[in-house]
Design a protein around this ligand. Structure first.
Ligand code: WT7
Length: 654
């Protein structure tokens, strides 16, 4: 475990103000501990009570947790409900005219929808989907820009019991194709184009390209939202305009009542193999997690203006844009564009303009905004803010301090939330009115989340050395399976030696106060700008290029992105000896990966070698490649290497 020993020694502690504690939903450490104790005393009963209090059930459940077919856990299984009903209909009596979404477009145009209007739009679109024969259990791929329509599309699927799979608009045709075919989607919902940073980027043409690849016979409808007004190719019989589908539909649509375990969505994420995993979530347990974390971690109040900057293409945009805030009846900001357009003050201007109280973003965004305009927040009135949050990767203490002092003006607690696509909602995060915070620590588990740290044998460790982060008991919002691959689900998350604990894939350690510090991934997964990328996925993309014989990808610390991508490549021909030629091929390969997977996967660096450092059994020694990428001296034993001379070559390679 020597490679995951902690090097951080952060001692600063920030207590919540008396004022914040007084108004908090969970007020003071004792209130937090009381909840934890209730969970320990009667685990299924604890969750059953919360599920009864928090969700509206069509048919109440009688059983809380079913572990009989572990690790395929079931929660509240005989209950029936509808997620869209829980996000929209329940607000019609008391807050129909309350603004649900404040949408700001790329060029700064603002439009608002009330809960009544959103309910109407979702119902109309749901009826439109039904008119295309789409119904319960059908998979619908959503490939849309950040928009009110994206939320409407997701909610409409939930309303009719269709299972959505949102694909981030930055993914390539190949990535989209992979997801459409794996999910056997019957429909794709897209837009003609998306607008980001004053530029137009095509979406519909990418859908066309994906469908033309073949194997997508399951798709019978492509629904196209008109965003740019550009001409797009049209496939009669397959394509239909959003407005044509939508306009003629009634604004009432009876929700489809589904079982608690009915899959709400599939979201693909990277793992250690070349193929992304379709993480399948439930309806009731998932929504419960989203709502409880809104209440506990975001300390949600009816008067809040909530803004989570994540795209709906990621799980954060599911739990804290499309579902959590709506289920709580919140007013939230949805933003189409990027934080740096027209300049790095955009976020702060929007906080000021919309009087945002709760702001949730990624460390990578914070770091880039520090770099591009560290003083800019001072030009805006940020006095509406009362709580800040981060997610996606560890935040370095310097960025934390800037966020705390310059954005939060020393007044707003920061909730550093550790969770994953697979956990559905926050797992380890401060309850801001209960516990002191420390820069760089995600603090303590949410009440009822039995997080711990274990060694390779699955035994708990309590010292500073750290180990593997696990969650010892099943919890309602967790992944149910990997779509179409239950065996991969079992192997990835519940390996033999872990005693049935959920293995998160991160290393972590705990300090003397029991606070968790996340140290990084233990598998071949990178976190690039907070996005998860499998090294193998990038390697497969490289090897698919006709010039490439072999490739190995490792991460390297990056000032803004957290982690950058370094690829070691062996070409089929000989290694280019001319540095200009070398640079040219490297540039082509970087663009190739960008085109194959998406711009987020574009390698920062490519190095060519005659071969790669391998053990005699043929395993690539990534640890060595990582050391070389970081310019470190290689202290490990290299005697097991098949070809030790390659190390010098790669060190000097460009
Ligand atoms: C991985 C999950 C959770 C939504 C966005 C990312 C890393 C996430 C933190 C945090 C340190 C974090 C972990 C985790 N991660 N939050 N607060 N501190 N690391 O979801 O793409 O499923 O990635 O992100 O490595 O395993 P994801």
């Amino acid at each position: 475990m020597s490679n995951i020993e902690s090097v951080l020694n952060e001692v600063r502690v920030f207590e919540p103000s008396a004022e914040f504690v007084k108004q908090a939903n969970v007020s003071g450490m004792q209130a937090y501990q009381a909840l934890c104790k209730a969970a320990e005393q009667d685990y299924p009963g604890y969750w059953a009570n919360l599920a009864r209090e928090t969700l509206q059930w069509k048919k109440p459940f009688t059983k809380s947790l079913d572990e009989s077919n572990a690790p395929f856990f079931k929660w509240f299984e005989d209950g029936e409900l509808n997620v869209s009903y829980n996000c929209l209909d329940i607000h019609l009596a008391e807050r129909a005219e309350k603004t649900a979404i404040i949408f700001e477009s790329d060029d700064g145009k603002v439009s608002k929808v009330s809960y009544r209007e959103l309910h109407g739009r979702v119902s109309q679109f749901a009826n439109g989907l039904k008119s295309r024969g789409i119904g319960k259990g059908d998979r619908v791929v959503i490939y849309l820009p950040m928009s009110i329509e994206a939320v409407v599309a997701m909610q409409a699927c939930a309303r009719i019991g269709a299972i959505h799979s949102v694909v981030f608009g930055g993914f390539s045709a190949k990535s989209l194709h992979e997801r459409i075919t794996d999910a056997k989607a019957c429909a794709v919902i897209t837009a003609d184009a998306q607008m980001r940073g004053g530029k137009q980027m095509p979406l519909k043409p990418i859908v066309d390209e994906a469908l033309a690849t073949g194997g997508c016979e399951s798709v019978h409808s492509v629904i196209v939202y008109r965003r740019s007004g550009n001409n797009v190719e049209w496939n009669d019989g397959l394509d239909i305009w959003w407005h044509d589908l939508f306009n003629s539909q009634p604004t009432h649509c009876e929700p489809e009542w589904v079982g608690a375990e009915h899959p709400l969505f599939i979201l693909y994420t990277s793992g250690s193999t070349g193929r992304p995993k379709g993480v399948q979530h439930s309806s009731a347990g998932y929504l419960l997690g989203a709502m409880l974390s809104m209440k506990w971690v975001f300390d949600y109040k009816d008067s809040d203006i909530f803004w989570c900057t994540a795209d709906v293409g990621w799980v954060t945009g599911h739990s804290y844009v499309a579902y959590g805030p709506l289920a709580m009846g919140a007013t939230q900001v949805v933003f189409e564009s990027v934080p740096t357009y027209p300049d790095a003050g955009r976020f702060w201007k929007m906080v000021q303009d919309h009087k945002v109280t709760t702001f949730y973003t990624a460390p990578t965004a914070i770091r880039s905004l520090i770099k591009l305009g560290g003083e800019l927040p001072k030009q805006y009135d940020l006095s509406s803010l009362r709580l800040l949050g981060t997610v996606g990767e560890p935040i370095n203490p310097e960025a934390w301090m800037w966020y705390y002092n310059t954005v939060g003006q020393g007044r707003c607690p920061i909730v550093d939330t550790w969770w994953q696509t697979e956990t559905g909602s926050h797992m380890i995060a401060p309850l801001p009115g209960a516990m002191p915070i420390k820069p760089g620590s995600c603090t303590l588990p949410l009440p009822g989340i039995m997080a711990s740290i274990v060694n390779e044998a699955g035994d708990e460790v309590h010292d500073q050395h750290g180990g593997f982060l696990v969650i010892k008991r099943p919890f309602p919002s967790q992944i149910r399976t990997i779509w179409g691959d239950p065996e991969r689900y079992r192997k990835s998350y519940f390996p033999e030696e872990m005693h049935g604990y959920y293995l998160a894939g991160d290393s972590a350690h705990r300090d003397d106060d029991g606070y968790f510090w996340i140290m990084g991934r233990i598998d071949d997964v990178l976190k690039v700008s907070g996005h998860r990328l499998g090294t193998m996925e990038i390697e497969s993309a490289l090897v698919a290029n006709p010039l490439v014989a072999e490739a190995a990808v490792v991460g390297k610390p990056h000032e803004i992105k957290g982690e950058g991508i370094v690829a070691y490549v062996v070409l089929k021909g000989s290694r280019p000896s001319d540095p200009n030629k070398s640079r040219e091929i490297a540039e082509d390969l970087r663009n190739w990966v960008s085109k194959t997977i998406g711009p987020i996967a574009k390698p920062d660096e490519i190095r060519f070698g005659d071969n790669l450092p391998k053990t005699r059994s043929g395993k690539i020694m990534r640890r060595l490649l990582r050391a070389i990428a970081n310019g470190e001296e290689i202290s490990q034993d290299v005697s097991t290497l098949e070809n030790p001379a390659i190390l010098d070559q790669l060190k000097n390679a460009i």
